[in-house]
Design a protein around this ligand. Structure first.
Ligand code: VNL
Length: 392
């Protein structure tokens, strides 16, 4: 048996070799994109949304790109970081992928970051949203969002709209800690008071104890960040504990009223105000075409913000490969770092310095539109860069 250290040495050698011969692979006619997603486990909805969007992009744009044939290789990490790292290594060393993509949660993106660095392989984060992720490797480009970016809008909106006393409630890991920090900072700067900061475990959260605390503390509102997929359970318990009837408003980032599950939440979600970068109800020609095509291909699904991160991530790789004439490595990375386009979410660009996405953030309210629940955008904050980087 090899020790873990010996295994890591061997693996580093294989990754470095893979990085060094990257240019030789450019001779091949096919380029592979390694898409790693949680397709099973508690965060499978994120994987399903991104897979559907990536396949839609390919169906609409073909597989001939930059003189090569593009092939998508999908792997399921079930949301387990050790699995993500192993799959990323295999995709770089054995499949010689031109890019790694996906990454449904922060710990999964962070686990794969060193593989991208050692293998000199661009890595597109389509979902995970802790600010610091892009600093974990110079090979990372992100098409999702960051929690500071999504949070500051609602913090300012709340302070300007007669909400003075708030309890913050977040999932206890990277993105939740970012959300809490930036909510407290912005809301306080604008005159608000945060009376308590509550956290729930990332996996299998139990909302009963924190909701009881919120009830006892009687704030004007509770600010919530929970990862995509947990919103339904949270809303149900929020209503069961009578918090809506007690007059506690619910505000947050859009993750808690995610389009994937919003319509099953029922009327308790009506009136919830959040800030986020994407709503399926975004009023643009590009978005209407995207939603129609997505639903034609996936009749029982509504695209959410994860789908848009996946769709735009594929666009970045395609446009990058066109510019690099099918080459990977630095040429592909450089081409991806300077893009600017109209996404279904609105106008976006990649910040060349940080490799994060710059995008409009919308303030939205849950309303019934044609009998179904939607996040209806009513205010736009233009071209928001990740405030998490500027804060350092
Ligand atoms: C993360 C951020 C995951 C926001 C999410 O859903 C989300 C993350 C799975 O960085 O882990 O909505």
């Amino acid at each position: 048996m090899m020790s873990r250290r010996q295994q890591l040495h061997l693996l580093s050698a294989a990754l470095l070799a893979a990085g060094a011969i990257g240019s030789a692979q450019a001779q091949s006619d096919t380029v592979k994109i390694g898409l790693i997603l949680p397709m099973t486990g508690p965060f499978a909805s994120t994987g399903k949304q991104i897979e559907a969007a990536a396949r839609l992009w390919m169906a609409q744009n073909g597989t001939a790109v930059g003189g090569k044939k593009v092939e998508l290789v999908l792997k399921d990490d079930a949301g387990i970081a050790d699995t993500t790292r192993r799959l990323a290594q295999e995709l770089v060393v054995n499949d010689k992928v031109v890019a790694l993509a996906g990454f449904g949660l922060t710990p999964l993106a962070l686990a794969a970051a060193p593989v991208a660095t050692q293998g000199k392989t661009p890595l597109v984060v389509m979902a995970a949203a802790t600010s610091s992720i892009t600093e974990a490797s110079p090979w990372i480009v992100r098409t999702s969002f960051t929690l500071p970016q999504a949070t500051v809008g609602i913090a300012e909106w709340a302070a300007k709209n007669k909400i003075t006393k708030v309890v913050s409630l977040v999932a206890d890991y990277g993105p939740g800690i970012d959300a809490e920090k930036f909510f407290v900072q912005r809301f306080t700067e604008h005159g608000g008071t945060v009376v308590d900061k509550l956290r729930t475990p990332m996996r299998s959260p139990d909302f009963a104890p924190v909701l009881q605390k919120v009830r006892d503390e009687k704030p004007d509102a509770v600010f919530v960040f929970l990862p995509s997929g947990q919103g339904t359970a949270f809303m149900k318990q929020f209503a069961e504990r009578g918090l809506d009837k007690a007059g506690v408003k619910l505000i947050g980032t859009g993750d808690v009223v995610d389009d994937d599950i919003l319509n099953e939440m029922g009327d308790v979600a009506l009136g919830v105000v959040t800030s986020h970068h994407y709503s399926a109800a975004h009023n643009s020609t590009v978005n209407k075409a995207f939603v129609d095509a997505f639903q034609a291909a996936n009749p029982r699904m509504r695209p959410n913000f994860m789908a848009v991160g996946g769709y735009d991530g594929m666009r970045l790789i395609y446009r990058g490969l066109e510019a690099s004439k099918g080459a990977g490595g630095e040429a592909l990375l450089e081409a991806m770092k300077t893009q600017r386009f109209e996404s279904p979410r609105g106008p976006v660009s990649i910040d060349t310095a940080t490799r994060d996405i710059v995008q409009d953030i919308y303030i939205r309210k849950v309303e019934k539109v044609g009998g179904a629940l939607y996040n209806v955008e009513f205010e736009t904050i233009k071209a928001v860069k990740d405030p998490g980087k500027a804060a350092k």
